[in-house]
Design a protein around this ligand. Structure first.
Ligand code: MUC
Ligand code: MG
Length: 379
């Protein structure tokens, strides 16, 4: 039995190493909501709820994530035995609808505490436990400039850090975007896998044309080309000639996963812990994808070290992760907020091995980058 004794949530803003140009926003910094829970025995758990570009990516913002946790979720936690993570999150789900990013941050912190209490990594608390200790890791080329993207791709290849590249397109005319992708495919050749993410910015007609053209220039995968709530159109696109279609913004947990799988509306799922509503829900999305013969990819919301470690723990439990991961979020930031960074090398990210998430926050970095004073709620 463990009771909540303290809950802190804070927004931490860390600059990015270069502007990150996406169809719906250009990022110059990343806002991460960090939640720290402490139980009656003094065990601390940390979690992260992070989105991209304020409200331009999805329905939760850093500010709404913090407010949902402080105002609605923490009062529920105060009534629970928080050592029972599953039961606690069932109760949270009954009291708080939606708000997947906020719930994911809290569930992550509870799992971190549970792992520390039991002396096992979080991956051992999910499904059948981990099946791998490291995973391929992609990098996103999104400087907004083709020559700069090629130079960055070359640098990543020579450092042996990444050989899977995701290009962010959808802002320009389809023909211009495909020319940009084609130039990068040609420059990197068969040394790399090149994929694109449109972040829902094409119409169905643009996507039909774009996906056929992308196949011709050597692109391997297209992520969320059209609106994520148009499952019927996704199904039409997924079954016509062109590169395989990956669902991202369309996926909000097991129910949407089942709907997409039943409609044959995607060949690949981007697994995301926050979008799915937590680590347990992500494992369920993965199970639905696996049962439906859908390829799996470990996605990111460009989280910092905490959310990235949490994602790595879940993705490490998925039996087949055919498309690798994109868990590079901390590398896009100018400063590391963990005391020891996650391990990257040989084109892979390593899954931490210590108890819980196996990571710790650097208190000086948190003090420096926090947006304002944290909210401390004494239970
Ligand atoms: C997204 O839409 O997938 C992941 C990598 C990246 O550069 O942006 C994200 C979000
Ligand atoms: Mg995406």
């Amino acid at each position: 039995m463990a009771l909540l004794s303290q809950a802190d949530t804070l927004i931490v803003d860390v600059p990015t190493i270069r502007p990150h140009v996406l169809a719906m926003a250009t990022m110059h910094s990343q806002a991460m909501v960090i939640v720290r829970l402490t139980d009656s025995d003094g065990v601390e758990g940390i979690g992260e709820g992070t989105t991209i570009g304020g409200l331009s990516y999805g329905e939760e913002s850093p500010e709404s994530i913090k407010s949902a946790i402080d105002t609605y979720i923490v009062p529920v936690l105060k009534t629970c035995d928080i050592a029972r993570v599953g039961a606690t999150m069932v109760k949270v789900a009954k009291c708080v609808r939606g708000n997947h990013f906020a719930k994911c941050a809290v569930e992550t912190a509870l799992l971190d505490m549970a792992g520390k209490r039991l002396g096992v990594p979080v991956s051992d608390l999910i499904g059948g436990g981990r099946v791998r200790d490291e995973m391929p890791v992609a990098w996103t080329l999104a400087s907004g400039d083709t020559a700069r993207d090629i130079a960055e791709g070359e640098e990543m290849l020579s450092l042996r850090r990444h050989r899977i590249f995701k290009l962010k397109i959808g802002k320009r005319d389809v023909r211009d975007d495909v020319a940009h992708v084609g130039a990068i495919c040609k420059a990197l050749g068969d040394r790399a896998s090149v994929r694109v993410d449109v972040n829902q910015n094409w119409s169905e007609a643009q996507a039909k044309r774009g996906m056929a053209m992308l196949q011709d220039v050597g692109c391997d995968l297209v992520e969320q080309p059209i609106a994520g709530d148009d499952i019927a159109a996704m199904a039409r696109l997924a079954t016509t000639r062109g590169v395989p279609l990956m669902a991202d913004e369309a996926l909000h947990g097991p129910r949407t996963a089942l709907r997409i799988a039943s409609a044959a509306a995607a060949g690949v799922f981007a697994l995301k812990i926050a979008q799915s509503g937590g680590l347990f829900a992500t494992a369920e999305v993965a199970a639905i994808g696996t049962a439906a013969g859908i390829g799996l990819y470990g996605g990111t919301m460009l989280e910092g070290g905490v959310g990235t470690a949490a994602s790595a723990h879940v993705f490490a439990t998925v039996p087949e992760l055919a498309w690798g991961t994109e868990l590079f979020g901390p590398l896009l930031q100018t400063e590391e907020i963990l005391t020891a960074p996650l391990g990257y090398g040989d084109f892979a990210v390593k899954v931490p091995t210590g108890p819980g998430l196996g990571i710790a926050l650097d208190p000086d970095k948190i003090a420096f980058f926090r947006r304002d004073r944290s909210t401390t709620v004494a239970a």
